[in-house]
Design a protein around this ligand. Structure first.
Ligand SMILES: CC(=O)N[C@H]1[C@@H](OP(=O)(O)OP(=O)(O)OC[C@H]2O[C@@H](n3ccc(=O)[nH]c3=O)[C@H](O)[C@@H]2O)O[C@H](CO)[C@@H](O)[C@@H]1O
Ligand SMILES: C=C(OP(=O)(O)O)C(=O)O
Length: 430
């Protein structure tokens, strides 16, 4: 199993090109199931999760092509890919494919809408929480689907004539359920209203893609989406938005190590809450023509309290990285995780660097230390893993991060991007 070795202490200086967002690319790829025409996606990141979803889509009959570099295009830019679901040959998403990645469950919406049936393995829980699918089932039922759970599979059938528009009020905000019901509703008969919808930038990216494919959606970017069903969607060409979690992660890494980094392509409007909090900790973040520049204001890292919330709040996917930053603050801060019940697995690993963190229910109390020390640590989930990498960058001495396959799910060329900015970091194979 690959590991990362890094030696902390170097400031980060230079430019980092922000990749396409994993959490937008995955549902955009799934949207290709809604039409028999090709969907072209630009700026798709090279990630393990993208590869895994390619396998799942291919099993449904989607032809996938990766296109070459175009004239004038810089090396290393995101992939241009075509997804063509001319004929859906199989509406089953099997356990061995779905269990590896939660977002693959979302194929249930488009398959049901277009083929009027689907059989999709339950995704199960994962390290950060139990992550049930009750909101998906509630939404699909409201659209008229018949639902059965059979041998670990969710078996769904549309009523005669296909799904019917409905007024759906989600009792809780869910990114995945919003993506899934929004996609399904594009091909339903009549109008669907989704209230308490997630309004993450990735939802907007997908909604705009669906509109480019011929869907009729209003209220995009708000808590209330209105979708007027159409008979058919067509092909389109759509850009994957830059990854706001990668942006926030590198901004926090720069705040921890010192230095000055331009995050190329980063969009401030996608992470205002996080940038606001980062500013309070002592980071200076200034918009430039081609991205966001980050450096420290010279007064040390200030402790700041944070609560994770659905967008536009502070993202749970930056909570572990923010905790790493707070371990170096000049005082005590409190972090409240409100989205996932078990997203504190990095606490024990951060303690190996000498961090002082206690957890009581949803709340972690972090007492800052002036200096972390390098350590052997174990990655437990995607964002926890990167919090260990950035802690290692700021720590004195050598750090080894084990089980980095989690990192490859969601961070493209992490070692390369960081080493180009002066970090001493390498991947150890085997
Ligand atoms: C691929 C992707 O985009 N993943 C993101 C997505 O995950 P995901 O879409 O899985 O997260 P949700 O927004 O659905 O989850 C939010 C909360 O709702 C709960 N819930 C969800 C569905 C359901 O049917 N019942 C239920 O109780 C979850 O357990 C969790 O406590 O949004 C999360 C919250 O921003 C991010 O951390 C993930 O990175
Ligand atoms: C939790 C995450 O991903 P997923 O929903 O795919 O598990 C994440 O991206 O941090």
């Amino acid at each position: 199993m690959d590991r990362i070795r890094l030696v902390g202490g170097n400031e980060l200086r230079g430019e980092i090109v922000i990749s396409g967002a994993k959490n937008a690319a995955l549902p955009l790829m799934i949207a290709s199931l809604l039409t028999d025409e090709p969907l072209v996606l630009q700026n798709v990141p090279r990630l393990a999760d993208v590869k895994q979803l390619e396998r799942i889509l291919e099993n449904h009959g989607v032809d996938i092509a990766v296109h070459g570099r175009r004239r004038g295009e810089e090396e290393g830019v995101g992939q241009r890919m075509t997804f063509h679901a001319a004929d859906i040959v199989d509406t089953t998403a099997p356990y061995d494919l779905v269990s590896k990645m939660r977002a693959s469950f979302w194929v249930i919406g488009p398959l049901l809408a277009r083929e009027h049936n689907a059989r999709v393995s339950l995704p199960g829980g994962c390290a950060i929480g139990t992550r049930p699918v009750d909101l998906f089932l509630f939404g699909l039922k409201e659209l008229g689907a018949e639902i059965d759970i059979d041998e670990g599979y969710v078996v769904v059938k549309a009523p005669k004539g296909g799904l019917r528009g409905a007024h759906i009020v989600f009792p809780k905000v869910s990114v995945g359920a919003t993506h899934t019901i929004m996609m399904a509703a594009t091909l339903a008969k009549g109008t669907t209203i989704i209230e308490n919808a997630a309004q993450e930038p990735e939802i907007t990216n997908v909604a705009e893609c669906l509109v480019a494919m011929g869907a009729k959606i209003s209220g995009i970017g708000t808590r209330k989406l209105t979708i007027e069903g159409v008979d058919k969607l067509h092909g389109a060409t759509v850009d994957v938005i830059p990854d706001r979690i990668e942006t926030g992660t590198f901004a926090m890494a720069t705040a921890m190590t010192g230095g000055n980094v331009l995050l190329k392509g980063a969009r401030a409007e996608h992470l205002e809450a996080a940038l606001d909090i980062l500013g309070k900790t002592g980071a200076v973040i200034t918009p430039e023509a081609d991205g966001l520049r980050v450096y420290r204001n010279g007064n040390g890292i200030q402790p700041v309290d944070v609560e994770t919330d659905p967008f536009p709040g502070f993202p749970t996917d930056l909570q572990a990285q923010f905790m790493a930053l707070m371990t170096m603050s000049s005082g005590t801060s409190q972090i409240r995780e409100t989205i996932f019940e078990n997203r504190y697995m990095h606490v024990a690993e951060l303690a190996r660097f000498g961090a002082d963190i206690t957890v009581d229910g949803q709340v972690a109390t972090v007492t800052g230390k002036s200096q972390l020390k390098g350590a052997q640590v174990m990655a437990t989930d995607l964002r926890a893993s990167v919090s260990l990498v950035i802690a290692g960058l700021a720590a004195r001495g050598e750090t080894i991060v084990n089980r980095i396959y989690h990192l490859d799910r969601g961070f493209e060329r992490l070692e390369d991007k960081l080493s180009r900015c002066g970090a001493e970091i390498e991947r150890l194979a085997g």
